[in-house]
Design a protein around this ligand. Structure first.
Ligand SMILES: O=C(O)COP(=O)(O)O
Ligand SMILES: [Mg+2]
Length: 222
């Protein structure tokens, strides 16, 4: 019994908010703007770095014509410290180990740009578990466009039912539009109540993941 499991990154495999917020606040500091609280920036995560910068700029009343420049600046700050405070959520390593033992093919589909996504995965020793990594700038579309997720499944070239694991409104919409089962991590960066997000099953602790994947596989064969 095996599956093709694709994971979101930020808020699902790793708690990266502190480093994302630090990068955004360093960019604001360069503009002589006061820092924003992490909880505010948390609401801006999910649609990739350019969108996050756009939301920060709107929030702070910065002229939109500086978007490209300030996105590059925020990315440079992020690349300089992407793993300073970022940690892997409890239970993730054990779950990935068990899923690999079950024979699952594993990939990542994140809206974080691909280069820092690969860097974070590699620094935090997660890279060896994943055969493919699709970032927010890998294709010319990104989540919630289901083509981003579908490309991630196809690149794995593995047999078995597809399953997507994520934490946000964006992930739930992507899975729904792709028509694949969705496992929702309850402790990530979602803004809405769990009941408002379309999902197959939800979990609080990543250690539960192998059992949830088995549950989906069993239902699939009934
Ligand atoms: O970069 C973001 O905004 C979110 O990244 P994620 O898709 O890994 O959650
Ligand atoms: Mg996420």
């Amino acid at each position: 019994m095996t599956a093709v499991v694709v994971f979101d990154l930020d808020g699902t495999l790793v708690d990266s908010l502190a480093d994302i917020a630090t990068a955004a606040n360093r960019m604001l500091d360069d503009q002589r703007h006061p820092a924003l609280p992490n909880d505010t920036i948390r609401r801006f995560v999910g649609n990739g770095l350019p969108k996050l910068v756009e939301r920060v700029m709107t929030h702070c009343g910065i002229e939109p014509d500086r978007h490209a420049e300030l996105t590059q600046l925020t990315l440079a700050h992020y690349n300089a410290g992407a793993c300073d405070q970022t940690v892997v959520y409890p239970g993730v390593f054990e779950a990935l180990e068990e899923l690999r033992e079950m024979g699952c093919a594993l990939g990542v589909c994140t809206n974080k740009p691909e280069a820092p996504a690969r860097h974070v995965l590699s620094e935090l020793k997660l890279q060896p578990y994943f055969d493919t990594v699709f970032g927010g700038d890998t294709l010319d579309i990104r989540k919630p466009d289901p083509a981003h997720l579908n490309a991630s499944f196809e690149a794995l070239q593995a047999a078995g039912p597809p399953i997507f694991v994520g934490d946000s409104e964006v992930d739930a919409e992507t899975a729904q539009r792709a028509g694949v089962p969705f496992l929702l991590f309850e402790q990530g960066y979602r803004k809405s109540p769990i009941s408002d997000l379309p999902h197959t099953l939800s979990y609080q602790d990543s250690a539960e993941l192998p059992a949830l994947v088995r549950q989906i596989l069993q239902n699939d064969t009934v």
